[in-house]
Design a protein around this ligand. Structure first.
Ligand code: 3H9
Length: 656
């Protein structure tokens, strides 16, 4: 088999090319190929070496699919050390993304040049790891302690020009990268540029208190995660000891993390996210429909967020409301959201203005005659939705995709309101829609393959993570929420308090405890939904008695200043004795004897409720695979990624 690494001489420059699609990951064969190239170069006429990659990117990291298997030499840290001591000037030329081990290879070069569009980063923390091939030791030597900590603990890549400012990249090359990089190497040789071993540089001056500052911030921001704290330890070591000692320490901590549960879970999640984008029974060659214009029906919080999502991806959007007043209100919410993004530094003023300019309003369905995709986002009234779809059927062009953002309703019944059910599907966004990454793509019984394929591809364009769901009440995520919510209420009756349940779940890693979530969403939403259900449909009275009584007492959640908690003007919750009394009275009334409930029981029963429903969802074919459920819960419901999602978590608890 031919090597994925090729070495040729171009004049006096030895050019090493890595060609290992799709992302040039550092598989065993690539590591061997790189070592061979360096050995060959050591004995030939080359005066300098240039490392460059074929395809869409520079090396995007170690090969994650090899993790967990017996390691095979050459090991990456040794390879980086070997490359760094090359007797010949060594330059890396970066395009696409130089990530993780890939960027660590580049850090072992004497100099780095990059295309202006390239990005560099050390995202290992997102896999529950730390940069394990010298990255924690070399990065602070080049960029300083603070920039290094920022880069590695966030895992977010930075643009090459910014990397240039921090000293991680030496030269930005416009135009053809190979030609430009060869010229750069020739210039370095002509100038007599010295070899510059990153590991031999001193770590720049810094405030020693910075390490504890990062530790404290990360204890909040990355609650419960071990890798970010280990990264801080390694950088502190880099600042305090010679490179060799720091590198040995990094190796030890990397191995600990690699063998730990959090990294296993996060690696599972990495592949789960990518598997979710694949639809098993869809032919590979389905041609997708062009989507160059979108309409959103309904300018409420959800519709506005959806409109922003498309505009932010450069796709023009028409926002449709019933009259001018409603339209004005909808557009004003969008204006407010963009102003907020600018204020928080998430968007530049120019970018926000350009995105906002892509959103126009309409009150007349006739204006939707030419759009490629319509997303209905009005409130959950099945008859209204059907009416809207019948109207869309009458005005939209042939081939337009008609989607509903319903959270619960029957997508097949909505599709049946049109004469083209093959063009109809659900696109279920999560609130706030312009921020949350999850998109449930609900496949109706008649949804055409190309409609589905188009929406899966479109999801990536609008930077969402799509998961396919079949039609059932609540699809994947909200269907699982029902037994979770019911179990939460039973725990309260049996003896837990709202604050105990929330704290136990937040300590487990949930972004927010269930009762705080219910208060945020508004307790009246569920209350209203329950009014149309029979007693049998409502299920165990214990699962809704307390929330019903809270609503009847005017406690609707955050918006009314009280729900399961009392809220101050900054919406900060405090436990409320009145709620405890309501719970105790409901328990007495239902004949439930209260007892001490442990935190472990809370976690077991709540996660267990999710998993049990998740299993049914997979068995019924509503989800394609268990790992899709993990993706839904992490991206849509704040389940901790470092536990891999509910299904992975359950798999790792043993059969019992
Ligand atoms: C590391 O480097 C540790 C070292 O510090 C120390 C070692 C001792 N390995 O995401 P995409 C696959 S840790 C194996 O859809 P995009 C991916 O599964 C690593 N496979 O493309 C998918 O396969 P499939 C640090 C990988 O264009 C296909 O490539 N590096 C790897 O949207 C396309 O991926 C990272 O964490 C890999 N490293 O995004 C970077 N990367 O088609 C992880 C990708 O069968 N990668 N695949 O589903 C990424 O962030 C994105 O893939 C990237 C491209 C931005 C590069």
């Amino acid at each position: 088999m031919s090597s994925p690494v090729n070495y040729t001489l171009t004049g006096n420059i030895g050019v090493i090319r890595v060609d290992n699609p799709p992302v040039n990951a550092l598989s065993h064969a690539v590591r061997e190929g790189l070592l061979d190239a360096f050995e060959t170069a050591a004995g030939d006429a080359s005066e300098a070496l240039l490392l460059i990659c074929e395809g869409r990117t520079f090396i995007a990291g170690a090969d994650i699919s090899e993790f967990g298997q017996p390691p095979r030499e050459p090991f990456l840290p040794d390879l980086c050390d070997r490359m760094e001591v090359s007797a010949k000037l060594f330059v890396a030329a970066i395009h696409g993304t130089a990530l993780g081990g890939g960027f660590e290879v580049a850090l072992s070069a004497d100099y780095r040049c990059a295309s202006p569009s390239a990005r560099v980063g050390l995202p290992e923390v997102k896999l529950g790891l730390l940069p394990g091939a010298g990255g924690t030791q070399r990065t602070p030597r080049l960029a300083g302690v603070e920039a290094a900590l920022q880069l590695m603990t966030s895992g977010a890549p930075i643009a090459a020009p910014m990397a240039g400012e921090t000293g991680l990249v030496d030269e930005i090359i416009d135009g053809d990268l190979l030609e430009g990089a060869l010229d750069y190497v020739r210039k370095l040789l002509a100038d007599g540029a010295p070899q510059r071993r990153t590991s031999a540089l001193a770590v720049p001056e810094h405030d020693p208190a910075i390490f504890d500052r990062f530790r404290a911030t990360l204890a909040g921001k990355a609650r419960g995660q071990v890798a970010p704290q280990a990264i801080v330890d390694c950088v502190e070591k880099a600042a305090a000891t010679p490179y060799e000692d720091g590198a040995a320490y990094e190796r030890q901590r990397f191995t600990e993390l690699m063998n730990g549960g959090q990294s296993k879970a996060l690696r599972h999640f990495f592949f789960a996210e990518r598997a979710a984008a694949k639809i098993d029974d869809l032919p590979k060659d389905v041609a997708v429909r062009p989507v160059d214009s979108v309409a959103v029906i309904g300018g409420g919080t959800m519709g506005g967020g959806i409109a922003m999502t498309f505009a932010n991806a450069g796709i023009p959007v028409t926002l449709v409301e019933i009259d001018d007043d409603a339209l004005e209100r909808g557009l004003a919410i969008i204006d407010g959201n963009y102003a907020g993004s600018v204020k928080r530094g998430k968007l530049s003023e120019d970018k926000a203005a350009a995105c906002r300019a892509l959103i126009t309003g309409a009150t007349d369905y006739a204006q939707l005659a030419d759009v490629d995709l319509v997303i209905e986002a009005v409130f959950e009234d099945p008859n209204l939705k059907k009416e809207i779809f019948a109207k869309l059927d009458a005005v939209c062009k042939d081939g337009a995709i008609l989607a509903t953002n319903t959270s619960y309703q029957d997508v097949n019944a909505i599709a049946a309101a049109t004469g083209r059910p093959q063009d109809v599907l659900g696109l279920h966004f999560f609130s706030p829609a312009h921020i949350m990454k999850l998109l449930e793509v609900v496949r109706g019984a008649a949804t055409a393959d190309d409609v589905l394929a188009t929406c899966m591809q479109l999801a990536k364009r609008i930077r969402k993570v799509p998961v396919v769901a079949g039609v059932c009440y609540g699809f994947i995520g909200n269907r699982m929420l029902q037994p979770y919510a019911a179990q939460t209420q039973l725990l309260l009756l049996e003896g837990a308090t709202p604050e105990q349940v929330d704290t136990a779940m937040e300590d487990f890693g949930m972004a927010m405890g269930p009762l705080r979530v219910f208060d945020l969403a508004g307790l009246d939403v569920g209350y209203k939904a329950r009014q149309s259900l029979s007693d049998e449909q409502k299920g165990d009275p214990g699962s809704y008695r307390v929330p019903d009584q809270l609503v009847e007492a005017g406690r609707l959640g955050q918006k009314s200043g009280s729900g399961f908690y009392s809220y101050d003007e900054n919406r900060r919750p405090t436990p409320d004795p009145e709620v405890h009394r309501i719970i105790e009275a409901a328990a007495a009334d239902l004949g439930v004897e209260r007892r001490t409930v442990s935190d472990d029981e809370i976690v077991d029963r709540l996660v267990g409720a999710l998993v049990d429903e998740g299993r049914k969802i997979v068995d019924e074919g509503i989800a394609q695979r268990a790992s899709d459920i993990d993706v839904v819960y992490v991206y849509g419901y704040g389940f901790p990624a470092f536990r891999g999602g509910p299904m992975f978590y359950a798999d790792n608890q043993g059969t019992a």
